[in-house]
Ligand binder design. Sequence first.
Ligand SMILES: [Ca+2]
Length: 280
Amino acid sequence: MAVSGLCRVFVQAVSVALLGLCAFAGDDCNAPVPVYGYKIVKTYPHDRDAFTQGLVFSKGFLYEGTGRYGKSELRKQKLETGEIILRRKLKHRYFGEGITMHRNRIIQLTWKSHKGFVYDSNSFELLHTFAYATQGWGITHDDKRLIISDGSSTLHFLDPNTFEPTGKLRVHDNNIPLLGLNELEYVKGTIYANIWGTDRIAAISPKTGRVCAWIDLKGIVKPKRYGWTIDVLNGIAYDSKDDRLFITGKLWPQIFEIKFIPPKQDQNHKSPSGLNARRR
Ligand SMILES: [Ca+2]
């Protein structure tokens, strides 16, 4: 077998789909937190004007919530081409944030308006709105609870039908509060969170709030390649049917399908904890 073939086999052998890292790691608070690398499986086009705040994959389509005043939208698009096949603009006074699809509804947060929108997932018809107390950053769900981030180290749980708060989860990395929790994706018992202003995704136990693994995406996008300014890593979506994970960032030109690469045994963990959740 050629060397390239051997390398390919090796990479395939050690790469893992990123599922359930917390379930795999257990909740041993004394265990070192592993830092996973990544392997790019495939790239897809992404609208360079999309200030990504929410990303969801469902039934063959990518759904995206974008931000900024006057430019915030909800979109349904084809993954392979980036073609937008359905879009709904928010009024200029709303800064769109995270989205999640709960059964046949899409729920979209706004940054500082304390107002969420609930749409029919097929038509994007606005069904109703709801209020919440915190800022709105990311949102996902575990079917029974909506899970919301607000840029702090706390995740908030809401009832998916009444939108009433049902609890909180304080997220910590080696007992240090993890600030800047941003876009979210719940995958097989683990909450994955972009950490604002970093190249890392945290894998969080929904039971304890402990970070049980990091995924370091440093170098996945190379800003100097592009003729415009890109913003931070933000956006995680999971295709449960084909077990694919997609990530992107604000104003990034590409969406990356990735797999995790387990850390070497002697790799030391350097935590990004302590970052201040500055205003975006
Ligand atoms: Ca997401």
